[in-house]
Structures are given as C-alpha cells and as structure tokens.
Design a protein. Structure first.
Length: 233
C-alpha cells in the first residue's frame, strides 16, 4: 500500500510536466515579476488541478461510475481553447507593452504625441528608506482557475489509474490526493525555474520579447492542436 501511495506522488510530479500544463503555467509566469510570485502561481495551479481531480474522482469512485469518452474529449477541447486564450493574452501584452503613445509637453508649452516603449526598463526605485519592500501580490486566482480546468480534463485518465492501483475506494482516493500533492510540488518548482530566464531577460529587451513571443506562440499552437485533435480529427 505504501508503495502505491509513493507511486501516486511521483506520478503526480511527472504529470505536472505534461506539455499542456507546461504551456499554461509558462504563459502565466510571464505575468510574474519575482521568483516567489512564480512559485505561488505554480502552486495555485497545482491546487486547482488537485481540487478538481479529487472531487471528480471521489464522485466517480464512490458511485462506481465512469466518464464517457465523449465528455472527456470535450473537456480536453476546452483545455485547448483555454491554452489559445492564454497564449493570445501573452502576445497581446507583448505588443501592448513594447510600443505605446502618450502626450509629451516641452518646456515651451508645446504638446505632441509620440510613440514610446518601456520594454526592458528596470522598475523605478524609491529613495525613501521607509519604502524598501516588495508589495504583496494578491492570490493568483487566474492560475487556480486554469488548474481547475486542467484537473477536469485529466480526471478521466486518473480515475482509471486509481481504480487499477487501489485495493479499495479509500486507498484510491489517497492515491489521488498524493498524486495532487505531487503535481503541486512539481508545478511550483517548474514555475520558479522558468521564471529565472524570464526575469533575467528583462534587462535585454530583444531577449525578453523573444522569450515572451515564443511562450505565447507555442501556447497558441499547442492549444490549436489540442482543439483540433478532440473536435475535428
């Protein structure tokens, strides 16, 4: 029994690195500004993923039911659409932040509009000794919601694994719970790691833009492929 539970934890860590999970969390990481924020994003994704998995698996195992292949396909297609939205948002923010227009007033009173970009600039630092702290970010609900959706799409396959590995319903639920804990740990670590190149590239505009563009385009492409496979193919 112990070996089955450990296996569930390890498989959960491995499950966090599925391509669609990586793409989603990488797109979310482009919104973070620190190592800690990125780790919280990943942990929030893992929590949402675990909550949905545990709820769905609990209902199905207790009722001795199963999810239809058609429903599982629709859920996977929904994940594909979500990935396309996440990738599009990364590209939209990249275009928005690179160049914008604003009014500029000269000393002689003349005002005109001109294009300007703050991409790659370091944030301003206050001189006050009483303001040398990082503002606390709110809870990453966006990452939580993305994890909830991923958990719904992945529940069908996990139910089969839990049913095959467990000798009882309660052992199966314990397996699912540890699987979820593993996915939380795995995604928190991955998010923290992927934030390092994104954060380091902020001082090099073209590198920063290239990384964000790669994440956005890759996420859209994976989402479109997933959507096609489960709705068209």
């Amino acid at each position: 029994m112990f070996s089955i539970l450990v296996l569930g934890f390890l498989i959960g860590i491995r499950h966090a690195f599925e391509p669609d999970h990586v793409a989603a969390v990488a797109s979310l990481a482009t919104r973070t500004t620190s190592f800690r924020q990125a780790a919280r994003q990943g942990a929030a994704w893992g929590l949402g993923h675990t909550l949905t998995l545990f709820i769905v698996c609990t209902v199905v195992l207790l009722l001795d039911a199963q999810l239809s292949e058609q429903l599982a396909g629709y859920l996977e297609a929904a994940v594909g659409a979500m990935l396309m939205l996440l990738g599009t948002d990364v590209i939209r923010r990249l275009v928005r932040d690179r160049i914008h227009f604003h009014a500029h007033r000269h000393a002689d009173g003349v005002t005109h509009f001109h294009a300007h970009s703050h991409a790659g600039e370091a944030p301003k630092v206050h001189d006050s000794r009483h303001h040398q702290h990082e503002h606390r970010a709110g809870y990453p609900y966006r990452a939580l919601c993305v994890g909830l959706m991923h958990g719904m799409a992945g529940s069908a396959a996990l139910i089969v694994l839990a049913a095959q590995a467990a000798q009882s319903i309660w052992l199966g639920l314990a397996y699912v719970a540890l699987f979820g804990v593993g996915s939380i740990v795995g995604m928190a670590v991955f998010s923290a790691i992927i934030s390092l190149p994104l954060k380091s590239a902020q001082t090099l505009t073209w590198v920063n833009n290239s990384l964000h563009a790669a994440v956005g385009i890759g996420t859209v492409a994976l989402g479109a492929t997933t959507l096609y496979q489960h709705l068209v193919a």
